[in-house]
Design a protein around this ligand. Structure first.
Ligand code: GLY
Length: 292
C-alpha cells in the first residue's frame, strides 16, 4: 500500500486502527476508514468512555460527543450531548456533509440524526446502569478521574489526505449538558491541509480551556516537528492549569504533520496509543512530561 499513517488513542485505539486499516486495504476513502474505526470502539460495550456502554451523567443518562474534520477544504462536523444514538461519529460526519453548521447539540442533534435515518437505540448498557446506581448511593466525585474521559481519537494521513475524528461519552457523572473538548474544533481535534492534524484525550474541560489541538497545529505551522509541537502544547497546559497541589490536568495529544511525521505527548505516565505505518501496527506508551 502507498505511504499511510494511522494513529489512535488508548489501548482500544488498536481496534480502531485495525478496522480502519482493513477498510483502506479494501480501497475505502480515508473518511470511511476513520468512521468505521471509531464506530468499532463506539459499539464495543466494554469501553466505558465511548458510545454504547459509556458511563452516564449524574442524572443517569448517556450524552455523547463526537467530531470529525477533513483537512481538505477545512470541513468539520460535530455533535454534543447527543442522546439515543450509539454512533455519534457517524452523525457528526453527516453534519459535516449535509449542513452548513459545525456543531449540533442536544435535542437538535437527535432530531437531525432521526431525520437522517439513524436508528434510535438505548445507549445506557446494563453494566453502566449498575455502576451509576452504585455511584448514586454516595455521589462521590470520581476518584479515578484519569480513567473516566478516555476519548477515542484517530488521525489518518496519506500523502494527499488528512482526516481526524474523536468520540466520547465524556466525564462520568458529569453535569447534564456538560460538553467536553471532543466536539469542539480547536480543542479536541484540529486539522489543516497545509500543516497537519492533532487529536486529544483527557480532561476535556482543561483541554478546552487551552484550545489544545489548535495550539499543536499552530506550533507545527510555525516550524516545530510534530513531536516538539505536542510536547510544547502539553507543557503550556501544565503551566497554565496545574492545580495548587502541583497536579497537572490529565491530557494527551497525538499529531501528524502534513509530511507524515508523528508526535505524541502526555501530562501523565504511560499513555497508550496505536500506530500503523502501512506495514505493521505497534502499540506505543508515552511517559509523562516532566513539569517545568
Ligand atoms: N476528553 C473527553 C472529555 O473530557 O469529555
Amino acid at each position: 500500500m502507498n505511504r499511510i499513517l494511522l494513529t489512535a488513542t488508548w489501548n482500544f485505539g488498536r481496534l480502531a486502527v485495525e478496522r480502519a486499516f482493513n477498510m483502506l486495504e479494501l480501497g475505502a476513502s480515508a473518511l470511511d476508514a476513520l468512521e468505521t474505526g471509531i464506530n468499532a470502539v463506539e459499539m464495543d460495550e466494554s469501553v466505558q468512555s465511548v458510545g454504547y456502554g459509556g458511563l452516564p451523567n449524574r442524572a443517569g443518562y448517556v450524552e455523547l460527543d463526537a467530531a470529525i474534520m477533513d483537512a481538505r477544504g477545512h470541513r468539520s462536523g460535530a455533535v454534543a450531548a447527543l442522546r439515543g444514538f450509539r454512533r455519534p461519529i457517524s452523525v457528526a460526519r453527516r453534519v459535516m456533509e449535509v449542513l452548513p453548521h459545525a456543531l449540533l447539540v442536544g435535542e437538535g442533534a437527535a432530531e437531525f440524526a432521526r431525520e437522517q435515518g439513524f436508528e434510535e437505540e438505548e445507549t445506557l448498557s446494563p453494566e453502566a446502569s449498575e455502576q451509576w446506581l452504585q455511584w448514586r448511593e454516595t455521589q462521590a466525585p470520581p476518584a479515578d478521574v484519569e480513567d473516566s474521559h478516555d476519548t477515542v481519537g484517530m488521525i489518518i494521513w496519506t500523502p494527499d489526505t488528512i482526516v481526524v475524528g474523536c468520540s466520547t461519552s465524556g466525564l462520568k457523572w458529569k453535569y447534564p449538558g456538560r460538553v467536553g473538548d471532543s466536539p469542539i474544533v480547536g480543542a479536541g481535534l484540529y486539522a489543516d491541509e497545509e500543516v497537519g492534524a492533532a487529536v486529544a484525550t483527557g480532561n476535556g474541560d482543561e483541554i478546552s480551556r487551552v484550545a489544545l489541538c489548535s495550539r499543536v497545529v499552530f506550533l507545527m505551522e510555525r516550524g516545530m516537528s510534530a513531536q516538539e509541537a505536542c510536547d510544547e502544547a502539553i507543557r503550556y497546559l501544565m503551566r497554565k492549569r496545574t492545580d495548587s497541589s502541583g497536579t497537572p490536568p490529565h491530557a494527551a495529544v497525538l499529531a501528524v504533520r502534513a509530511d507524515g511525521s508523528f508526535g505524541v505527548s502526555a501530562s501523565y505516565a504511560k499513555f497508550p496509543y496505536a500506530l500503523h505505518d502501512g506495514q505493521s501496527l505497534t502499540m506505543g506508551e508515552r511517559e509523562a512530561l516532566e513539569p517545568e
